[in-house]
Each structure stands twice: as C-alpha cells, then as structure tokens.
Design a protein around this ligand. Structure first.
Ligand SMILES: NC(=O)c1ccc[n+]([C@@H]2O[C@H](COP(=O)([O-])OP(=O)(O)OC[C@H]3O[C@@H](n4cnc5c(N)ncnc54)[C@H](OP(=O)(O)O)[C@@H]3O)[C@@H](O)[C@H]2O)c1
Length: 203
C-alpha cells in the first residue's frame, strides 16, 4: 500500500517502521522538511519525506498520528481524499478538537474519505513490538467504513498484532478512546508500566 504518515513521532514512527518492513511505501508528511526530526526513519526501506500535501497525494491510506488539535491544520492540506482511507490513531482524552468530540468525528463530517479509528488503544512500544510470549496482542478499531476497516485490519496484522477486533460503528469511537484511557490508566496512573497489553481470550 502507499501510506502517508502524518505525525512522525512515537506512534507514526513505530507504525511507519513496521509497515516499511512489510514492503509498504511510506510517505512521511511533515510540516517543514528542513526541520524534520525523524531522519532515523529514512533509514527504513521504501521510506521518503514529503510535505503533508504531497504525502497525501501520493497515498491511498493516510495515518493521522498527531496531537488531536493539529487536525485543524491538517484538514487544510488534505485536498480531495474521496475514496482514500484515513486511519485516526489520536486520542482526545486530554484535549478534544472542539466542537468535535474526536478527530474521527471531525474527519467523518468534513471529508468524504473512508475513516476508521485504529492504533489508538495501546502504547507505541506495543506497536513496535506487539509480540508477548510468542503471541501477538490484539488491536481494536471502530467506524462506519468497511473498506477502511479491512485496510486497518490488514495493517494491524502486518505489524504483528494477533487480531484486530471490530468495536463497532462510529458510535463506538468514543468507547474506543475510553478503552485507550483504560490502558493509560493501568500503565501510567496505576503504575503497572507501559509493557502491558490487552488480548481477548475465548473459551
Ligand atoms: N504515545 C503513545 O503511546 C500513543 C498511543 C496511542 C495513541 N496515541 C495518540 O497518538 C497521537 C500521537 O502521539 P505521539 O505520542 O506519537 O506524539 P508525538 O511523539 O509527540 O508526535 C506527534 C507528531 O505530530 C506532529 N505534529 C504536531 N503538530 C502538527 C501539525 N500541526 N501538523 C503536522 N504534524 C504535526 C509532530 O511534529 P513536530 O515534532 O515536528 O512538531 C510529531 O511528529 C496522539 O493523539 C496520542 O494521543 C499515542
């Protein structure tokens, strides 16, 4: 797949690296190429840096991995994204892009892209290495677009996640952000550390 990574920090960097290893073409979209802080990522295969607009033009899939309020700048650069898949990995648990509850809600209202919430519910270290005791931990997604969910599921499996569970339609996006907050609560607030993960088990 041709994938634009908007936000090349912890989450964007981890996913860009995993997907490059799987042979996807990675277009890092940055505010200012001269002040790009993620030059280590350019050592990955199939990876180049572009302006945000260029990266999106070159890609069928767009990952948003920025602070939630950056979406106001990013939507100005999106152009025509009809038929493209946008994966929203942001969490508005501290600050939401008001008047929208989440970045997903803003993208669903303001664009005609296929939008899915995914890669928000665990720490970036678990995206870099989702394998615990020889088994892939689980990823979770929500949204109305089946096309976007198919893409997110494949990209989760490409990272090494065991399964990508469908939380439901757009009305479950806030629940999925609360689920992320549950991981943050256990890992950080309750002090269990970032080396913990969720996996669904079945009898
Ligand atoms: N950290 C985690 O473990 C984790 C896990 C799941 C979900 N999330 C969510 O994922 C998102 C990113 O988290 P992170 O930890 O990866 O953050 P981060 O390391 O601080 O990276 C944020 C990235 O966004 C870029 N950015 C900021 N404002 C921008 C704008 N206006 N236009 C374009 N790019 C912009 C930054 O570029 P500059 O550095 O050049 O400003 C940086 O590359 C957040 O919404 C967070 O809630 C985080």
């Amino acid at each position: 797949m041709n994938i634009a990574i908007i936000g090349t920090g912890n989450v964007g960097g981890a996913l860009a690296t995993q997907w490059a290893k799987k042979g996807h073409n990675i277009h890092l979209g940055v505010k200012n190429k001269d002040q790009f802080k993620g030059s280590e990522l350019l050592k990955n295969a199939n990876t180049s840096v572009f302006s945000i607009k260029e990266a999106i033009e070159l890609s069928d899939v767009i990952l948003i991995a920025t602070p939630p309020t950056a979406i106001f700048d990013i939507v100005e650069e999106l152009g025509d994204v009809s038929g493209k898949v946008i994966i929203d990995s942001t969490n508005s648990v501290m600050k939401s892009p008001e008047p929208y509850k989440t970045v997903f809600h803003m993208l669903a209202e303001k664009t005609n892209a296929e939008v899915v919430k995914c890669f928000n519910s665990t720490g970036f270290e678990n995206m870099k290495d989702p394998v615990y005791h020889g088994e892939g931990i689980d990823m979770f997604m929500a949204g109305d677009s089946e096309k976007a969910k198919d893409v997110a599921r494949q990209l989760a499996l490409d990272c090494g996640f065991g399964s990508c569970w469908d939380f439901g339609k757009a009305d479950k996006v806030e629940l999925l952000e609360k689920f992320a907050l549950s991981w943050i609560n256990l890992a950080i607030m309750q002090g269990h550390g970032r080396g913990i993960a969720f996996k669904v088990i079945r009898r």
